[in-house]
Design a protein around this ligand. Structure first.
Ligand code: NAD
Length: 375
């Protein structure tokens, strides 16, 4: 038996922020980062929380939240005696809030509902049972997995994403493509996750370039926000693959943002998974050809379709400024040599790798990475 569950309520479209008015609490907290606090976004969110008497803002969240930050945030939450938390920001703010709330619930015995308001279109964290916390010293990202991490409500307000600069739009947009493609070819994929992944891919291939070129394109921003959420629902149900397995350690070691690390690897992982290095591998090659057709690329046979999809991803990398080598991402030959074996080992052991459609050994990961190993 398989099960499919989506429990987070998703509010979207015009005036979706007014869903914040439904929150009734004595003490509420907003978890966000310094940029969003300074930009006025946190004040805007607070102005909608008319049913909350006291609102405190924790604005210290940093990208790829480290373990120590969660301890600090927990102290804040307990001091504020918060009854509800609104996470405002990208995956980092949402994941930090998810982890902190989970521990605070255990400590206080209070329910403490979490509402997520994403301000990047990338991680889908607003609808997933995951939170990724980084151990900076060990160069490892730990995914916490529990349905208790799921926000009760996700509020998708495209207008909050308009300020995201082009490079972060590209990084996070490639995260969406990676989530949807890995979910689509996951060994656990099913008709429900396929429907979500296909729609996410259709939207992301069409609207990511437009959102990158013009951040004020409200339609493109809205559609990318939807794509991100749909891709999050898809991978939450069927997990991911080796692209994420490699990116977690690769990104943590070299301080490469999560979406960019995924985007650098994506064409090569899809190429490998389809068996384009030799004998085409079913069903992955046919599934990737199906996506090629869906987005209007020629696919005379499965292998051509999959190859055209890989080429499309490479073209998009160039168009959106995703680095195509370790050197371009600021990594030196010496830094890479020092941690290469660790990256390979971590990728093999990463939980995401378990649902990759092609089984791998260390040499396969080394071969995938060799596409970026140009100094
Ligand atoms: P992020 O949250 O780290 O934010 C990146 C940068 O964008 C920050 O400097 C932030 O201030 C800025 N930013 C955010 N919103 C902005 C806006 N509206 N305007 C201008 N700047 C803005 O980036 P992310 O890619 O959203 O999240 C990455 C994190 O999420 C990583 O730690 C990754 O491992 C994790 N992740 C979690 C899940 C999950 O399911 N929980 C899935 C994928 C990734």
């Amino acid at each position: 038996m398989q099960k499919f569950k989506i429990s987070t309520e998703v509010c979207f479209g015009a005036d979706s922020l007014s869903a914040l008015k439904e929150i009734k609490a004595e003490n509420a907290a907003i978890f966000t980062d310094a940029f969003l606090a300074k930009s006025g976004a946190a004040d805007k969110i607070a102005s909608y929380m008319t049913g909350c008497r006291n609102i405190k803002v924790y604005a210290d969240i940093k990208p790829d939240p480290p373990v120590e930050l969660i301890a600090d945030a927990l102290g804040f939450l307990l001091d504020a005696n918060s009854d509800v938390v609104v996470a405002l920001g990208g995956g980092s703010s949402i994941d930090a809030a998810k982890s902190t709330v989970l521990i605070a619930r255990k400590k206080t015995g209070k329910d403490i509902p979490l509402i997520a308001v994403p301000t990047t279109s990338g991680t889908g964290s607003e609808v997933t049972s995951f939170a990724v916390i980084t151990d900076r010293q060990a160069g490892v990202k730990y995914p916490l997995v529990s349905d208790e991490l799921l926000p009760v409500k996700a509020i998708l307000a495209g207008e909050l994403v308009a300020s995201v600069p082009p490079q972060i739009t590209a990084d996070t947009g490639f995260d969406v493509l990676t989530h949807a493609l890995e979910a689509y070819i996951s060994t656990a994929a099913n008709d429900y996750s396929d429907a979500l992944a296909e729609k996410a891919l259709e939207l992301a291939f069409e609207y990511l370039p437009a959102a990158y070129k013009n951040g004020n394109d409200a339609v493109a921003r809205e559609k990318m926000h939807t794509a991100s959420c749909l891709a999050g629902m898809a991978f939450n149900a069927v997990s991911l693959g080796v692209n994420h397995g490699i990116a977690h350690s690769f990104g943590a070691h070299f301080h490469i943002p999560h979406g960019r690390a995924n985007g650098m690897l994506l064409p090569y992982v899809m190429w490998y998974n389809a068996g384009l290095d030799g004998v085409a591998l079913e069903p992955t090659v046919t599934r990737l050809a199906k996506i090629a057709k869906l987005i209007g690329l020629p696919a005379f046979n499965a292998k051509t379709g999959a190859q055209n999809l890989v080429n499309k991803l490479k073209n998009m990398q160039r168009e959106l400024g995703i680095p195509t080598s370790l050197k371009a991402a600021g990594v030196t030959k010496e830094q890479y040599a020092q941690v290469k074996a660790h990256i390979i080992e971590s990728a093999l052991n990463d939980a995401c790798t378990a649902t990759n459609p092609r089984k791998l050994v260390g040499k396969d990961i080394e071969n995938i990475l060799s596409n970026l190993d140009k100094f």
